[in-house]
Design a protein around this ligand. Structure first.
Ligand SMILES: C[S@@+](CC[C@H](N)C(=O)[O-])C[C@H]1O[C@@H](n2cnc3c(N)ncnc32)[C@H](O)[C@@H]1O
Length: 268
């Protein structure tokens, strides 16, 4: 399958999903970001993230998020004294909402609608810090291509922080019902072919709809680590947590599995 087909299908699918997210959020972000100190990083699991960010220190730094969706996390990160921020995402609807929120907040954040794999060379060695958060990596068929862009955009000694859903949490994407113990429904950790969310991507409002075709890829922890290391980024911290970030009710109580992880890296 062509990489362009994957990106463009995912763009359409995310444009469709964003309308459901916006309906469910009912302008709460537009109201919230009237206060530039508003944050969406206030879930229980964000405490660990915030401590890591404080340790790295974002004061007067130039930062990016890729992909950034509607920019709410990047706008929230501005509270750490960031000088300039740019969010990249392929969804037209996400970027137009992100620009609206930036305008409302008056924070120095810009947003670009672009396929991450095609970010312009003018951003080479531009960023002190790149943030990647939950639900980002699995849209990219080849993580080597993805981390080559991350590495290209980071300054020498620039930092990378990934706060992601653990691949183990994706075992349960096929509607695993723990009470019935239907293990045959688990997605394989080693699955290579893409997965399609037929019921849609409305993890905000929980509405099921006939979703446009999208492509999502299972990446093993070793795939993620190897792709980072092969792109001139040193891994300085790797931690696994049982915190659930995926809004997946069927796995909320599975605290025996790693469900999220943080990687901190530094460009050599
Ligand atoms: C779950 S969000 C991740 C960001 C954030 N953590 C969030 O939850 O909103 C996934 C985002 O990936 C974006 N995306 C998917 N493929 C992309 C690509 N090739 N280039 C840029 N953005 C992409 C989608 O548009 C979507 O906004």
């Amino acid at each position: 399958m062509k990489k362009k087909t994957v990106s463009e299908s995912n763009r359409d699918a995310w444009n469709q999903a964003l309308k459901y997210h916006q309906k469910a959020r009912n302008n709460s972000l537009q109201i919230g970001f009237k206060n530039p100190k508003f944050t969406t990083l206030n879930r229980d699991c964000d405490e660990i993230l915030i401590n890591k960010i404080k340790n790295i220190g974002l004061s007067v730094k130039t930062i990016a998020q890729m992909p950034c969706n509607n920019g709410r996390e990047l706008l929230s990160l501005m509270q750490f004294g960031v000088k300039e921020a740019i969010g990249f995402d392929i969804s037209d609807i996400a970027i137009s909402e992100a620009r609206e929120l930036a305008e409302i907040s008056k924070l120095n954040v810009k947003f670009e609608r672009v396929d991450i794999l095609e970010i312009d060379d003018k951003y080479n060695s531009y960023f002190d810090f790149i943030y990647i958060s939950e639900g980002s990596l699995q849209w990219f068929p080849d993580l080597n291509d993805y981390f080559a862009v991350v590495s290209r955009l980071l300054k020498k000694k620039g930092k990378l922080l990934i706060f992601e859903i653990h691949p183990f949490a994706y075992f349960f994407e096929n509607g695993f019902d723990i009470e019935k113990g239907n293990f045959e429904k688990l997605t394989s950790y080693f699955e290579k072919s893409p997965y399609n969310y037929k019921d849609g991507l409305d993890y905000v409002g929980g509405v099921e709809y006939e979703a446009k075709e999208c492509y999502w890829f299972m990446h093993k922890i070793s795939d993620i680590i190897n792709a980072i290391l092969q792109n001139d980024i040193e891994i300085q911290e790797f931690d696994e947590y049982n915190m659930e970030m995926a809004n997946n009710d069927s796995i909320k109580f599975l605290d025996k599995f790693p469900l999220s992880y943080i990687i901190v890296g530094q460009k050599k």
